[in-house]
Design a protein around this ligand. Structure first.
Ligand SMILES: *Cc1c(COP(=O)(O)O)cnc(C)c1O
Length: 404
C-alpha cells in the first residue's frame, strides 16, 4: 500500500473525495474493493502479533478489511474525528456503542423524539439487560440537565430529529454531559458532515446510518461511529470483534463512493427542500410544515448556526383534519395519489421519498410514546431528492387538490 499523506486543513468537500484512499501497488485512482474474508499472514510470529493487536495488519474479515478502513478514514476525516468504526447498519452502530459504553445499572438520557428503533432499542431492548434510560424533550436543555443521575454514562441526541426536525443545542448538551462525567453521542444522519459536524461542537461520539445520505442513492445498509482513537480501540472494536456487526466490504465501497458527492447532493437537496417547505406552507390543505430552514421553525436560528445555514433535505407536513382518523385518511390519499415520488420509509436518496411515520417508522411504538414524539396520524415525511422541484410539487398536488 502506498499512501500519500494529505496536507492538513482540507475542507470536507475535498476530504470526501481524497481521504481514505489507500492505493495498492497498481495505483488505481478509484478506491479498490477487497472481497476477502481471510488474509494470508507473512509468518507465524507476525500473525501472532497481529492477533494480539501489537502489529498493524489484517487478520480476519470480521475484524477489518482495507475497503472498510477506507470508508472509516473518509468518514472520520469529514466529521473532524480522530477515528471511526463501521458496522452493518445504523442500528448496529448504536448497539455497538451501547454495549461498549454501558453495563447493567448504568443510565442513558435520550431525546424522546429520536428515531423509532433507537427508542425501542434503548428504552425496551437494553432495559432487559439492566440499562436504565430517561427520555426527555429534544429542545429543553433544562430537562436534559434534570434527567442526569450519578449513574448517567451517556447522553444521546439526534438533530434534526426524524420526522419533526426538532433541533437540539449540541454545545449545551456537551457541557451537561461533561459536567456529569458522561459522554455525548449525536446521531448525525439527517444533517451529515456536509452540514453539521458535532465533534467540533463538543460531541464525543457521532453516530451514522450510512444507509441514508452518505450512500445517498438508496443502495446498501451501513453504519458507523466516529470518536477518539481510544474509544474506538478500547470500547467499540472489542464489541465488533465478538458481536460481529461487521460492515460488508461491498457496502463500505458503495458508501465510500457515495460520499464523494455528499456535499453537492446535500446543498442541492436542501435548496429544494426549503423551496418545497415554503410552498407547502401556503397550501390550504396543510396544517403545518416542519422544516428547520423555515423562519417559522422554533429553533430556526440555532439550526442555521449549527447546520451551516442549511435546513437539510427532510421535512414533514401535517394535513389539516377534524379527527385523527380523517388526518390518517388524508395523508394516505396524498401518498396514494403520487405518480412520481416513492412511497418508501427510507430517506436520504436522490429520489424523493414520502412516508407515513405513524404507521411505519414509529408504528412499533406505543400510542403514548408516539404522542410524546409528536408523530400524529396526519403527518407525512418527505426526503427531498434531486427531481425538478416543479415535478415534486405537481405530484403532491395530485392528492392535495383532490382531498375531501
Ligand atoms: C435510519 C436511521 C437510523 C438507523 O439506521 P439503519 O441503517 O436503518 O440501521 C438511525 N437514526 C436515524 C436518524 C435514521 O434515520
Amino acid at each position: 500500500m502506498t499512501q500519500k499523506q494529505l496536507p492538513p486543513g482540507l475542507h470536507p468537500d475535498t476530504l470526501a473525495v481524497r481521504s481514505g484512499a489507500d492505493r495498492s501497488q497498481y495505483g488505481e485512482n478509484s478506491e479498490a474493493l477487497y472481497l476477502t474474508s481471510g488474509y494470508v499472514q507473512p509468518d507465524a510470529a507476525s500473525s501472532a502479533r497481529r492477533f494480539a493487536g501489537e502489529e498493524e495488519g489484517y487478520t480476519y474479515g470480521r475484524y477489518g478489511n482495507p475497503t472498510v478502513t477506507s470508508f472509516e478514514e473518509r468518514l472520520a476525516g469529514m466529521e473532524g474525528a480522530e477515528a471511526a468504526i463501521s458496522s452493518a447498519s445504523g442500528m448496529s452502530a448504536i448497539l455497538m456503542m451501547c454495549m461498549g459504553l454501558l453495563q447493567s445499572g448504568d443510565h442513558v438520557v435520550c431525546s424522546q423524539s429520536m428515531f423509532g428503533s433507537t427508542i425501542k432499542l434503548i428504552g425496551s431492548d437494553l432495559a432487559k439487560f439492566g440499562v436504565q434510560s430517561t427520555f426527555v424533550s429534544q429542545t429543553d436543555v433544562d430537562a436534559w440537565k434534570a434527567a442526569v443521575r450519578p449513574n448517567t454514562k451517556l447522553l444521546f441526541a439526534e438533530t434534526p430529529t426524524n420526522p419533526l426536525t426538532e433541533v437540539c443545542d449540541i454545545a449545551a448538551l456537551a457541557d451537561i454531559a461533561h459536567g456529569a462525567g458522561a459522554l455525548l453521542a449525536v446521531d448525525n444522519c439527517f444533517a451529515t458532515p456536509a452540514l453539521q459536524r458535532p465533534m467540533l461542537l463538543g460531541a464525543d461520539i457521532v453516530m451514522h446510518s450510512g444507509t441514508k445520505f452518505l450512500d445517498g442513492q438508496g443502495r446498501v445498509m451501513a453504519g458507523a461511529l466516529c470518536a477518539s482513537q481510544q474509544l474506538v480501540t478500547e470500547k467499540f472494536l472489542p464489541i465488533l470483534k465478538s458481536g460481529g456487526m461487521t460492515l460488508a466490504p461491498f457496502n463500505a465501497w458503495v458508501v465510500l463512493k457515495g460520499m464523494e458527492t455528499l456535499g453537492i447532493r446535500m446543498r442541492a437537496q436542501s435548496t429544494s427542500a426549503l423551496a418545497l417547505a415554503q410552498w407547502l406552507q401556503e397550501q390550504p390543505q396543510v396544517e403545518r410544515v416542519y422544516y428547520p430552514g423555515l423562519e417559522s421553525h422554533p429553533q430556526h436560528r440555532l439550526a442555521m448556526a449549527q447546520q451551516g445555514g442549511q435546513g437539510g433535505a427532510v421535512l414533514s407536513v401535517a394535513m389539516k383534519a377534524d379527527s385523527p382518523e380523517q388526518a390518517r385518511a388524508r395523508a394516505f390519499h396524498v401518498l396514494d395519489s403520487m405518480q412520481v415520488l416513492s412511497l418508501c420509509t427510507n430517506l436520504g436518496d436522490t429520489k424523493t421519498l414520502a412516508a407515513h411515520p405513524a404507521s411505519t417508522s414509529h408504528g412499533r411504538l406505543t400510542e403514548v410514546q408516539r404522542q410524546a414524539a409528536g408523530v400524529t396520524q396526519g403527518l407525512i415525511r418527505l426526503s427531498v431528492g434531486l427531481e425538478h422541484l416543479d415535478d415534486i410539487k405537481t405530484d403532491l398536488l395530485r392528492g392535495l387538490s383532490s382531498l375531501h
